[in-house]
Design a protein around this ligand. Structure first.
Ligand SMILES: [Zn+2]
Ligand SMILES: [Zn+2]
Length: 480
């Protein structure tokens, strides 16, 4: 299905999700357009044919995947993986991950030992971040999914399922089990030369959870949940009949960022104007993300500034017999390389050093492209693809932060040996979070808008579509 996780998952960017009573009286005149979808990459509205299981629909303009119909049952498939993940998650909470043995002294680390140790060392904010991404969010996301599937399995889908769907899309990227698994592996390989390290059942549970949650996501089809049961619309908007007719000009069309429902307005719609609430999911309707460029640019600049101390300052120190050996991110990579762990060294190099730079450069290019407003079709197509990559790779930079939290938690032998987090890790985590927000707030459709696409309206052009005009004139919402 169309992944909307890069649309408005920023918690503040779209207002609350539980907004079922807001704006009831001010809904501008809109009609629902069924059978039409907007491409999230380029903003082109296209007819949406009924898809058979296994079919994939791609955008005719930018080539982005717009929808993918799963072969598995829309409720049964994800439900099995969700319940299995929940079971693993609960066991994982009480299972140890690693045990280290130094001269007979043993230390064991569990899932929340890392955040606790970071908090004790005075890095409360990093401790919160690690706790959220590795412990709380996976649980919240699994709980949300279980509730969504339960609601969707009933004859009449309850109202409360709809905001949960929006929250699931927003919070899912912050559950970073897969990144945490790599963090554990890097920490393990760093320790294995120094002491006797034993992998505990928790690591295997974590691996299992990673696979099951990925399977749950790949079988979950939000589009089907929105469609497969009768969903009574909260506000009775009329339906614009699109069958055998051309799609109205782009400037009159908008779609819900959360559930993908399409609408048409009688007059051309301004890009960032608040158009009331979506009758299906209750989210605010806007053609484009509000202040996308400015917000993304400021986050990106802040990330760029923090990137410098993040690389210059040590991120952690290995304290041995009272003497600290601080290490920066790059020296950590060199250390892995010197221990002949080439693959891990390259992985950490890529995730921690290359990915943030890549994100800053690519998002910067997209903004320049939008600002100049005359990019070629080829460039726009490529940048739209790259935007998806930027959104996907962002979280992987967290590997180093997770690794430090595990090392700090497990190497605690007082004066003999300990690992302490250093100031660099704060800047580094800021870079990761800020670039995730920047990518999230940016709207790639604006690049296409700036280059002259998606701008057609009845006011300016087209005599061919004169025949469709009467239909748009009759746009008064039907009184419920
Ligand atoms: Zn497209
Ligand atoms: Zn909606």
């Amino acid at each position: 299905m169309l992944r909307k996780d890069h649309f408005h998952k920023g918690l503040w960017s779209q207002g609350g999700a539980l907004c079922f009573t807001r704006h009831e009286s001010e809904q501008p005149h809109l009609k629902i357009v069924e059978g039409v979808h907007e491409c999230a990459g380029c903003g082109l509205f296209q007819h949406f044919p009924p898809l058979k299981p296994g079919h994939v629909l791609t955008c005719a303009r930018c080539g982005e995947t717009m929808a993918r119909r799963r072969k598995t049952d829309e409720i049964g498939g994800p439900l099995i993986f969700c319940l299995a993940s929940l079971a693993l998650y609960i066991v994982l909470l009480v299972s140890p991950l690693l045990t280290i043995n130094v001269y007979g002294r043993e230390s064991t680390v569990s899932l929340y030992r890392g955040p606790m140790e970071l908090a004790r060392q005075g890095f409360g904010e990093i401790s919160m971040l690690v706790l959220l991404a590795s412990v709380l969010m996976p649980g919240i996301v699994l709980g949300l999914m279980a509730m969504i599937l339960y609601g969707a399995s009933r004859r009449e889908m309850p109202l409360w399922v709809r905001p949960l769907m929006a929250w699931y899309e927003r919070l899912r990227p912050w559950s970073m089990v897969e990144v945490f698994v790599i963090g554990v592996l890097v920490a393990y390989t760093k320790l294995v030369d120094l002491a006797l390290v034993t992998l505990q059942p928790g690591v295997f549970l974590l691996g299992g959870l990673m696979v099951l949650m990925a399977a749950m996501d790949s079988t979950f089809d939000a589009e089907m949940i929105w469609h497969h049961r009768s969903i009574p619309y909260r506000r009775k908007l009329g339906v614009y009949q699109i069958k055998n007719r051309v799609i109205p000009p782009e400037k009159h069309m908008l779609s819900c960022h959360a559930c993908g429902m399409s609408f048409v307005a009688r007059h051309a719609v301004e890009n960032e104007r608040d158009m009331g609430d979506c009758p299906r999911c209750g989210q605010i309707l806007r053609r484009r993300k509000r202040n996308g460029l400015r917000a993304a640019l400021s986050f990106l600049l802040a990330a760029f500034i923090f990137y410098i101390p993040a690389n210059l300052l040590p991120v952690m120190a290995f304290v041995k017999m009272g003497h600290g050996h601080p290490s920066t991110i790059i020296s950590g990579v060199i250390q892995l390389w010197q221990s002949d762990l080439y693959f891990l060294a390259l992985l950490v190099l890529f995730a921690s050093i290359t990915v943030p730079v890549l994100k800053i450069i690519l998002l910067g290019l997209m903004m320049i492209c939008q600002y100049r407003g005359r990019a070629s079709f080829k460039v726009l197509r490529r940048l739209t693809r790259l935007y998806k990559v930027v959104v996907f790779i962002g979280r992987w930079s967290m590997i180093d932060v997770f690794m430090i939290s595990i090392l700090a938690a497990v190497v605690r032998f007082g004066l003999m040996a300990s690992v302490e987090a250093e100031a660099g890790v704060v800047f580094f985590a800021m870079v990761v979070v800020l670039t995730i927000f920047a990518a999230d707030l940016y709207d790639p459709r604006c690049m296409w808008d700036a280059a002259g696409y998606n701008q057609e309206s009845f006011d300016r052009t087209s005599q061919i579509r004169e025949s469709d005009k009467p239909a748009l004139q009759d746009m008064e919402p039907e009184k419920a």
